[in-house]
Design a protein around this ligand. Sequence first.
Ligand code: SF4
Length: 429
Amino acid sequence: MIIKDAVCPFCGCLCDDIEVEVEGNRVVAVTNACELGKTKFMGEQRLKNPILRDGDRWKETTYDEAIQYTVDMLLSAERPLLYGWSGTHGEAQCVGVHMAELIRGVADNTSSVCHGPSILAIQEVGHPGCTLGVVKNRADLVIYWGSNPIDAHPRHLSRYTRYAEGFFLENAFRDRKVIVIDVRKTETANIADEFVQIKPGGDYAVISALRAIVQGKTGTIPRTVAGVTREQLIRVANLCKSAKFGAVYFGLGLTMTQGKYKNIRNAIELVGELNRHTKFTISAMRGHYNVYGSNEVNTWMTGYPFGIDFSRGIAFYNPGETTAVDILARKECDAALVVGSDPAAHFPRKCIEHLADIPVVQLDPYPNATTAFCNVQIPVAVTGIDAEGTAYRMDGVPIRTRQVLSSDYPSDREVLSKMYTMMREALGR
Ligand code: SF4
């Protein structure tokens, strides 16, 4: 059986043109996906049953026991952390927020360690963004700043920019210019029309120089800015001003480098100034599958996109204080539920050491780095492959994902809903 128009559940591109060939409830071939997507669809070696730590060994347990363990752990915790959420659907994220509110815990998602600073900048100055479809059909200039889509979002280039046909571009490959701005020559830089190499930590200065040139203050620019010559800065600014429609896509190389959210604010303001000359947009290259959705769901439920602390009985948000890394580093949290992410693969050592000291339950189909720090791991259906639901693409477009395999595994939403019901009963609410 061939399933058409399946949605890839790996990166924020959420490619929705995937063809999946299924035989005997196994994926045997995947068409249109990149290697990352294919590997996700064909992934194996998942856990068969929930596992429970027993001394220095694992023993298998039942779903009922594993769920009961999690409910008891969260109800007896004083400062529980519910973390992750970018690898699961909006329906499960919604239950997670309800759970965090019920037990006065902290709900945080992976954006607090990726594009959290970008969101802070957008909260300050807004977001002149657009959908990927608009860029594909209209943009004659695309800038990748601190992002390397060939490695992280491989089909971004073929579906929307470098190699994509555009409705309003006669010959998109010839007429669309691509500029890469980065601290090193990446694979994406190799296929760009112009590569601007910045000294590490120099992004803010380069954005400011481009703003000055766009404002006509070229005489104020020194001979080099963060390793970039004045001539190249003027050339890039002129390319931007003369484009009919420009789009900036920035990655963690801009958001998580020196300057952090100030870089993004400065870049948004550069785009604002370019809009006095032509049309320009700017958007983040969101990485994890449904990380954009976790921000959306949290925001429409609580008013805040990540790092939401319910310990006061109301939603409280203060990134740097109420975010997972900070709570773990201060050894504040005394239990953690991890859903749809792998914090042990990304968090600083100090945080992981604290995770090793507290009870941790993880919902994930596969063993991963966090498994080593869990007391219980509950295998669930693979989101977007054997469980359908809603995910948000990196440009904020919600997409209904398809189920391509049938499965006996419960989905994240089903397991979380059961936990939530048991907690409400235990608390009499
Ligand atoms: Fe999947 Fe991303 Fe590759 Fe598209 S670009 S197929 S969403 S991994």
